[in-house]
Ligand binder design. Structure first.
Ligand code: NAP
Length: 279
C-alpha cells in the first residue's frame, strides 16, 4: 500500500519546533520580524499574505504589514524595500508575487538585501544554493526535501526526475536534490519522450502547472511522487498536476493535493525567518 505523505502534519511539526526555538532565542534577546509587502488586492495574494501573518503569530515572529495600492509605482516600491533593508528591526522582507504588470518583479527581487531575502529568490541566494553555501532556500523546494526526509525516504543515489524548470520550483528543486546526492534530471516542455524520462524516476517531482497531467503511464511501479501543482477541478475541488486516483496505486509514497506540498511552503518561510536570528 502506498504511503500518503502528510504535509499538514509535517508542516505542523516544523512550526511547533520553530515555536520552541523562537522562545529559546527570545530568552537570549534575539527576536525576528518579517515585513510583508503586498501591492494591490488580488484575492489569492491576500489569502497567502494572511496565512503568512498567522504563521508568524503562531510561531512568535513579529510581522509588519505594508498594503500598497495597485497604482504604486516601481520606484515607490523600490524606496520602501530599501527603507526596510536599512531597518534594523526587520530581519526578513517578503514582497508578495505576482506584482502588478507595470512593476518589474526582477528589479524588486534584486533590491531586497540578500541578508533579508527570506523567499530565497535573490540571485545571491540562488548562487549560494548552487555552490552549496549557507543561505536562504527557496521555500517550496526546501519543503519538499523536508517532506521526503521526515517520511523516511532516502534521496541519496536515487534517480530523481523534476518536471518543470521555473525559478521558484523546478530549478531550486534540482539543486536541492543534487545537494542531497540524488541523480537529477530536469524535464520541461521541450523534453522528448517525457514518459521514458519520468519512468526512470525513483522520486518524481511534478511542477508543470497542468491539471492532472501525470497519469500512471508516466510513473515507474513503486516510485515516490511529489505533486507541486495546485488547481481547481471540474467540481471546483483542489487538485494537482498528478491524476492522484490513477497514479496512487502504482506508487510507494505520494503527496495528496491539498495537504501535501502546499502547507510546507509557509513552514519553510518561517524557518527562513528564524534562520535570521540563529547566528
Ligand atoms: P511554471 O513557471 O508555469 O513552470 C512550469 C514548468 O513546467 C515549465 O518549466 C514548463 O516548461 C514545464 N512544462 C509545461 N508543460 C509541460 C509539458 N507538457 N511537459 C513537460 N514540462 C512542461 O510553474 P511553477 O511556478 O513552477 O508552478 C508549477 C505548479 O506548482 C503550478 O501548478 C503552481 O500553481 C504550483 N505551485 C505550488 C506551490 C505550493 O506551495 N504548493 C508553490 C509554487 C507553485 P518550459 O520551461 O519549457 O516552459
Amino acid at each position: 500500500m502506498s504511503q500518503l505523505i502528510d504535509g499538514k502534519q509535517i508542516s505542523k511539526q516544523i512550526k511547533d519546533e520553530l515555536k520552541e526555538e523562537v522562545q529559546r532565542l527570545g530568552a537570549l534577546g534575539r527576536t525576528a520580524c518579517l515585513a510583508v509587502v503586498q501591492v494591490g488586492n488580488d484575492p489569492a495574494s491576500s489569502v497567502y499574505v494572511n496565512n503568512k501573518k498567522k504563521a508568524c503569530e503562531y510561531i512568535g515572529i513579529g510581522s509588519r504589514s505594508y498594503e500598497l495600492p495597485e497604482e504604486t509605482t516601481e520606484d515607490e516600491l523600490v524606496s520602501l524595500v530599501e527603507e526596510l533593508n536599512r531597518d534594523d528591526e526587520v530581519n526578513g522582507i517578503l514582497v508578495q508575487l505576482p506584482l502588478p504588470a507595470h512593476i518589474d518583479e526582477d528589479r524588486i527581487i534584486r533590491t531586497i538585501s540578500p541578508d533579508k531575502d527570506v523567499d530565497g529568490f535573490h540571485p545571491v541566494s540562488v548562487g549560494r544554493l548552487w555552490i552549496g553555501e549557507k543561505g536562504f532556500l527557496s521555500c517550496t523546494p526546501a519543503g519538499i526535501i523536508q517532506l521526503l526526509k521526515r517520511s523516511g525516504i532516502d534521496i541519496c543515489g536515487k534517480e530523481c526526475v523534476v518536471i518543470g524548470r521555473s525559478n521558484i520550483v523546478g530549478k531550486p528543486m534540482a539543486a536541492l536534490l543534487l545537494r542531497e546526492n540524488g541523480t537529477v534530471t530536469v524535464a520541461h516542455s521541450r523534453t522528448e519522450n517525457l514518459q521514458d524520462v519520468t519512468k526512470r524516476a525513483d522520486i518524481l517531482i511534478v511542477a508543470i502547472g497542468k491539471k492532472k497531467f501525470i497519469t500512471s503511464e508516466y510513473v515507474k511501479e513503486g516510485a515516490v511522487v511529489i505533486d507541486v501543482g495546485m488547481h481547481r477541478d471540474e467540481n471546483n475541488h483542489l487538485c494537482g498536476d498528478v491524476d492522484f486516483n490513477d497514479v496512487e496505486p502504482h506508487t510507494s509514497a505520494i503527496t495528496p493535493v491539498p495537504g501535501g506540498v502546499g502547507p510546507m511552503t509557509i513552514a519553510m518561510l518561517m524557518n527562513n525567518c528564524v534562520e535570521t536570528i540563529r547566528t
